[in-house]
Design a protein. Structure first.
Length: 189
């Protein structure tokens, strides 16, 4: 049986120091951001006011992983969501909040977008910015298999120990953000 090709972005797996990995920080979304943000998307900071946005390339330094948001609609209704809809209109004077896993020592589970072998453990790779699902709010980001060994922003820690996970195409992997805004890059094994 082969792995199902069902990307779900970056999902918290555990923390390098143990304990609970649920260490979310609050950031802000540009009120007129014309991009979707989905639960599990990698995000980068903007230049001002602790705001986040989507990365413009697959090999850039990352701030963390988007988990959800809260914002006030133009009519005053407070909305909680797994994803930020592109071009969402908010109440004048309000700023949408985003919750981001930004601890550099958090490990995430992510699907490879192609081939993977056990020899790839310890290697670096880049992400692939896949489209998320507006119905479920879940990310389409994956690990870019073609960049294994030549990538920069993700470090492969291990093969995810799931009963239905097989080595090969679309394998689930445990990774750390290697190019992180809040930490120096980890070294190769």
């Amino acid at each position: 049986m082969s792995n199902v090709d069902r990307p779900a972005g970056f999902q918290v797996a555990r923390h390098l120091t143990g304990g609970m990995p649920n260490r979310l920080s609050r950031y802000h979304i540009e009120p007129a951001l014309a991009a979707n943000l989905f639960r599990g998307d990698a995000v980068i900071p903007t230049a001002t006011s602790k705001r986040i946005t989507t990365p413009g390339a697959d090999n850039v330094r990352l701030q963390g992983v988007f988990h959800g948001c809260v914002f006030i609609l133009a009519d005053g209704e407070v909305r909680y969501g797994k994803h930020w809809p592109s071009g969402q209109t908010v109440q004048t004077g309000s700023t949408p909040d985003a919750f981001v896993y930004d601890d550099p020592q958090t490990l995430f589970m992510v699907q490879a977008d192609g081939a993977f072998t056990l020899a790839d453990i310890g290697a670096f790779a880049n992400l692939t910015r896949g489209a998320g699902n507006t119905l479920t709010g879940v990310s389409g980001h994956e690990l870019q298999s073609a960049s294994i060994g030549a990538g920069a922003n993700l470090k492969i820690y291990e093969f995810a120990p799931l009963p239905d996970n097989e080595v090969g195409a679309n394998a689930k992997l445990i990774v750390q953000i290697a190019l992180h805004y809040l930490a120096g890059a980890p070294t190769a094994i």
